[in-house]
Unconditional design. Structure first.
Length: 423
């Protein structure tokens, strides 16, 4: 009972804190913000950009980035208490946001509400637009992407978890950091995922001692819902959760049942945070505006979870098939093959052997890979229709398979990889 009350307290606190923070940024003057949005418009003249032709995995989401900028500069509602709920942007039937941003003064433009999401990214985007244009923000994001990856790799090494750097690198590679660097839309989940990993690696003892790992994943779920616009959100569950479980297994002897139990509880906590704060936004918004925000939100959710697209009906497994097809073809496949060759060469040089006992003991790791599969099955419409960015959900699968393989490896000297001379 006490645990339930704490969870509810976190959720209610998150809803009110998130709302008040948005109210504050909606109080910022729009003059400089609008100037930098206008200055950014030429970046969207050609619509979507693809870094490598014919490979949708390298496609940027200019549609949503333009929408985010239009939301940041909108001045339809000067009341921050309602504006932060409705999140207006200008739009026009038959025209995409990247067209609208180059035609801001068109009299046919209309203010449209986008209230089903939190739009928490505005906490950073609005202040940034007071000083920087879109292109300058892209450069800032590029630097942050590098720092996050380097930071996680450094901390994995510091925790003597060197062998997990390989699957982590593979998982980050299929996300195409170069593309993430040029899309604000993609960066939010990428940043939350890597920050969560860094917090786990830095504060493992404190979290473990206080037995608060459930609340860590509750907060991760809340943060993901708050900042993201439904890109590949479950990645902030799958990869950090597996890192946490590997940390626990390294520090203490654990049974398969204990690991599965923590896997289930962590997943439930993340789902409560993610969906709980989302419902909280609709409830709070309905109270503040006096309008029912649930109807439109639930209708959109039903569409995203259906197996019908705008063009055709699809099977529930279509998104899974499409994700595998796009990830394991093209540029990533060559990277994977290169890394496999390098790993085999390294193993031969280091005389690594496979611990047969762990083949069974570590099977629970493969359960984490199913998180991406389950997400595709449940959110079939959205995953299939937006495959050019939802394919990144498969990074959980790649990371889990990689972690399982390297977890079986040991030095012939009976010392586990990464423990060093002093164990």
């Amino acid at each position: 009972m006490k645990l339930v009350l704490r969870v509810l307290l976190f959720l209610f606190g998150g809803v009110f804190a998130g709302y008040l923070l948005l109210v504050m940024v909606f109080c910022l003057p729009l003059g400089r913000i609008r100037e930098n949005v206008v200055k950014s418009a030429p970046s969207f003249e050609n619509g979507y950009h693809i870094l490598v032709n014919d490979f949708i995995t390298t496609k940027t989401d200019d549609y949503t980035d333009a929408l985010m900028l239009l939301t940041a500069e909108n001045e339809n509602d000067r009341n921050p208490f309602t504006a932060s709920i409705y999140s207006y942007h200008i739009g026009q039937d038959g025209k995409d946001p990247y067209d609208i941003i180059n035609d801001l003064e068109n009299p046919l433009n209309k203010h449209q509400a986008y209230s089903r999401y939190w739009h928490g990214y505005l906490l950073f985007l609005k202040p940034l637009l007071m000083f920087f244009s879109y292109n300058q923000i892209q450069i800032i994001i590029s630097v942050l992407v590098i720092l996050l990856i380097v930071g996680v790799i450094y901390l994995l090494g510091k925790r003597k978890m060197d062998k997990y750097i390989i699957p982590y690198t593979l998982a980050m590679t299929i996300m195409f950091p170069a593309v993430v660097s040029w899309s604000m839309q993609y960066f939010t989940v990428f940043a939350i995922c890597n920050l969560a990993i860094m917090i786990e690696l830095l504060s493992y003892e404190k979290i473990k001692q206080s037995n608060n790992y459930v609340f860590v994943f509750l907060i991760i779920g809340m943060m993901t819902c708050y900042f993201d616009l439904l890109t590949y959100p479950v990645v902030t569950l799958g990869i950090p959760l597996l890192i946490w479980l590997m940390l626990c297994s390294k520090k203490e002897s654990r049974t398969i049942v204990e690991n599965i139990k923590q896997l289930i509880f962590g997943s439930i906590a993340w789902c409560l945070g993610y969906f709980g704060i989302w419902v909280g936004k609709w409830a709070l918004g309905s109270i503040i505006t006096g309008k029912n925000l649930f109807d439109a939100a639930i209708k959109a959710a039903e569409t995203r979870a259906s197996s019908a697209t705008e063009i055709e009906d699809i099977s529930r497994t279509a998104a899974i098939e499409e994700a595998f097809k796009n990830v394991f073809t093209g540029p990533f496949w060559f990277i994977v093959m290169f890394l496999i060759i390098m790993i085999v060469a390294f193993l031969l040089m280091k005389k690594i052997k496979i611990n047969r006992k762990k083949v069974v003991d570590n099977l629970w790791i493969l359960l984490v890979s199913l998180i991406s599969v389950i997400w595709y099955l449940v959110i079939a419409n959205h995953s299939y229709w937006h495959m050019f960015f939802t394919y990144r959900t498969l990074s959980i699968f790649v990371f889990a398979i990689g972690c399982y393989i390297v977890s079986l490896l040991e030095l012939n000297k009976k010392k586990e990889w990464g423990k060093g001379k002093n164990g």
